[in-house]
Ligand binder design. Structure first.
Ligand code: UDP
Length: 363
């Protein structure tokens, strides 16, 4: 495939490196590296204050967008004044002709609505399942008018949208060279994610407390009231908040865990933390729904548990020794390397290219 010029447009809910963007932050970086390794050139445009090494980064000022998952299904579309989302896309409109494809990472209505008004094709990586009627409609409209432009992270995520649409299942991948295999764990369990209600931290806290194993919690406190409630409800639980760590420090600490608990209350689109744990050789115990259920092979790379069953988590924790950490690590290498991600991403983008470019690329 010939070298493409790609413009990545980041999420407007937080600066890259802040943690507020959740998995999108790591996904964007990894996709940029994976495609750069295949000879494509990537420019990233993101909210002011973003940090991203080794890529050309354009920072855009403006007020951040509220996260879609914190609003109701019939929530109207809103933008703050001096919106960073609209500022990002004003910039993109001005420079669009310098790029072959624009890649949108925002789970927001505006970039979908704007798609027909752009000359340069826009590829949308949808990072969450169905959350609102307005977004569902915007995504389906784009999928209908611009075939192949929508990618998701799992089939389960795509199936949350009641109006079906055609999509590319990109899954995800990570830079395995950043993760160390840790064969001998310490006596603790890990939980990694944004501390927010949809992530269901309270279930992990209860399960860990029942087994007597300490729980180390890694991630940004996105909802302070929710976190305070958990601390008030389980004062005796042996839990420790480790803060929001950069990938290098996170993987070092996570690698020492006996297992990662994933207890989301929503349909997790993918769950980057699952593949990060596997890369370190850490088995994953997750509810059997959403992305984790497509990543984890129960009894092989961890255990899948009946959703919302704390008792199920407790039983799975007792069976951690049956899982080989070497097999977990190997699974990450086989399916979730940057090479594997880059190959899938190229297949997706080639389907979006204008006809003449795609033909040139096939030569
Ligand atoms: N993360 C991190 N440091 C931490 C805790 C989490 O960098 O201390 C990152 C983690 O690497 C992952 C992201 O936060 O990429 C969480 O993404 P995930 O897909 O699991 O969930 P999301 O937040 O997108 O719902």
């Amino acid at each position: 495939m010939r070298s493409l010029k790609l413009l990545f447009v980041s999420t407007p809910v937080g600066a890259l490196g802040s943690g507020l963007g959740g998995g999108v932050e790591l996904t964007l970086r990894n996709l940029a590296i994976a495609l750069q390794q295949r000879g494509h050139s990537i420019t990233v445009v993101a909210p002011e204050g973003s940090q991203l090494d080794n890529f050309s980064l354009v920072e855009i000022v403006g007020s951040l967008q509220t996260t879609a998952q914190s609003q109701g299904r019939d929530a109207p579309i809103t933008l703050p004044s001096n919106s960073v989302l609209s500022n990002l896309w004003s910039y993109v409109r001005q420079v669009q002709n310098c790029y072959d494809i624009i890649v949108n990472f925002a789970y927001d209505w505006l970039p979908f609505y704007l798609t027909p008004f752009f000359e340069t094709p826009i590829a949308h990586l949808v990072s969450m399942g169905s959350l609102s009627e307005a977004m569902d409609q915007a995504i389906v409209d784009v999928a209908d008018s611009f075939p192949n432009t929508i990618a998701v992270h799992s089939h389960a995520q795509a199936q949350t949208f009641s109006m079906g649409f055609t999509y590319f299942n990109l899954q995800n991948g990570i830079d395995l060279s950043q993760y160390e295999f840790c064969p001998n764990p310490d006596e603790f369990l890990a939980w990694v994610g944004r501390i927010a209600p949809e992530k269901g931290l309270e279930d992990a806290v209860q399960a860990a407390a029942k087994t007597g194993l300490p729980l180390k919690i890694f991630g940004v406190i996105q909802d302070p009231a929710y976190w305070a409630q958990i601390q008030a409800d389980y004062p005796q639980a042996a839990m420790e908040w480790m803060g929001f760590l950069p990938t290098q420090a996170l993987q070092q600490a996570l690698g020492r865990a006996q297992a990662l608990l994933m207890t989301p209350k929503w349909v997790e689109a993918f769950g980057n933390v699952a593949i990060e744990a596997l890369a370190c050789g850490v088995p994953v115990i997750a509810y059997r729904r959403g992305g984790p259920a497509e990543i984890i092979q129960s009894g092989y790379t961890g255990w899948l548990v009946e959703p919302d069953s704390v008792e199920g988590l407790v039983q799975a924790i007792a069976k951690i020794p049956q899982i080989s950490r070497t097999i977990c690590h190997r699974e990450a290498e086989m399916t979730y390397s940057l090479a594997a991600l880059g190959e899938r991403a190229e297949t997706w983008l080639a389907r979006i290219l204008p006809h003449e470019l795609a033909e040139e690329s096939a030569e």
